[in-house]
Design a protein around this ligand. Sequence first.
Ligand code: UGA
Length: 470
Amino acid sequence: MPIRIAVVGSGYVGLVAGACFADLGHEVILVDNDQKKLAALRDGQVPIHEKFLPELLNRHRGQRLTFSDDLKEAARLSSVIFVAVGTPPTERGDADLSYVESVAREISGGVDQYKVIVEKSTVPVYTSEWVRRIILRNGADPETFDVASNPEFLREGTAVTDFLFPDRIVIGCDSARSAEVLREVYAPMTDGSYYLRPESIPQPDRAVIPPPIIVTSTKSAELIKHASNAFLAMKISFINAVASVCESVGADVNQVVNGVGTDSRIGRRFLNPGIGYGGSCFPKDVLAFRAVARECGYDFRLLDEVMRINEDQRQRFLRKIHHALWTLRGKKLAVLGLAFKGGTDDIRESPALHLVESLLQEGSAITAYDPAAMERAREVLGSKIEFASSPYEAAHDADALLILTEWEEFANLDLNQIRKELRYPIVIDGRNLYDPELMAAQGFTYYSVGRAASHPDGVPSGLLRNGKKA
Ligand code: UGA
């Protein structure tokens, strides 16, 4: 049965959730107070680079998916209200919940019959209690609503697929009635019927169909989200620390990852070493979880270390660039990748962008290419760097090529052409996209993370010009 749903906030999570709920068959009102964004959405524009999102928006726009700036009215018309507004970090590192609070205040005016108000944004463990209190304080009858938590685990770049084919659905509810409503929302997924529809989004590898639904208390669900992100960030920092040890002793981190990750208790995923994690979630959520724990009386120092290793990883990469090129003033560097990871145009907390800023400070000239994030990067960097229309144009006449984002396109470069374009055949890869031996055989001096540098004919870096001895 279609359910009337309001989704508040048309950011990453809200927009994807709204489009996917519509695809499940529900009637969705997407609410935002940004008029420009609403007009663009109504007009058919898609504000983020996300596979399958344009299809879903096209399919449902103006029919099962409408847009509004009237939160109170949208709440009145809906049985379930998902809150997916931003929870940015404050200066102290905890989450700023003022948007959540003002949404709760406004929703209370529309609570005229039973509704479930669901936290979809990542929020600290006590938020549901506050949301409840705010709605009551603003005059709603306690019998007419429940507050629940339904954390979202989608990743940018694969958001639609992650939403519709999740490993699990977590619903945190403190009443049987609200749990029943949320079970109904996800029924097309949990009973498997959605996946039988001819027009459903293609099934990814590893999909668990139907996905299991885990019902917990509201507080546990809030914690599941913070703990999941903190654990994944810890996994990345852990392997980055192991990569540093590998560099010291001459071991190969990729081999170590294979050996460690095949233990099913550990798992291979999120063990890719690199230049540290970024994005709008891990940095903010690790910090916020650290702050929540402190507030609740637990000193979660492990998370300090996770953050320290992450920062350090960028500095280590910078030192590697120095090691390869000596001084950086006046050097012309080709940068591949500006987004915080492959498959997205998002540059928030992008380790690639942080590195670009550091390289600029040291006086390097940069020409960058990213398949999706150049427009956004231009808004931040302006004319401080040059933008190229292909990896080869970026590499033209550069002293070295830096790979900073794990785009698939960068793992499949025409190495011959890259070598011809570069002034010196030096590649410094922050994402371990290539095999060191293969790169040496192709005539490159190649640096990566947690693996020994490789040189053509074993000749150390910088002594070759276009693959030939200078
Ligand atoms: C992350 C989580 O993976 C999602 O489950 C969660 O829903 C989301 O945050 C959120 O809280 O909204 P996302 O930030 O989109 O998703 O991106 P990830 O794919 O997790 O990557 C985060 C960062 O870690 C990127 O900078 C990426 O390059 C880096 N990373 C990831 C590594 O350095 N190594 C890895 O093995 C994996």
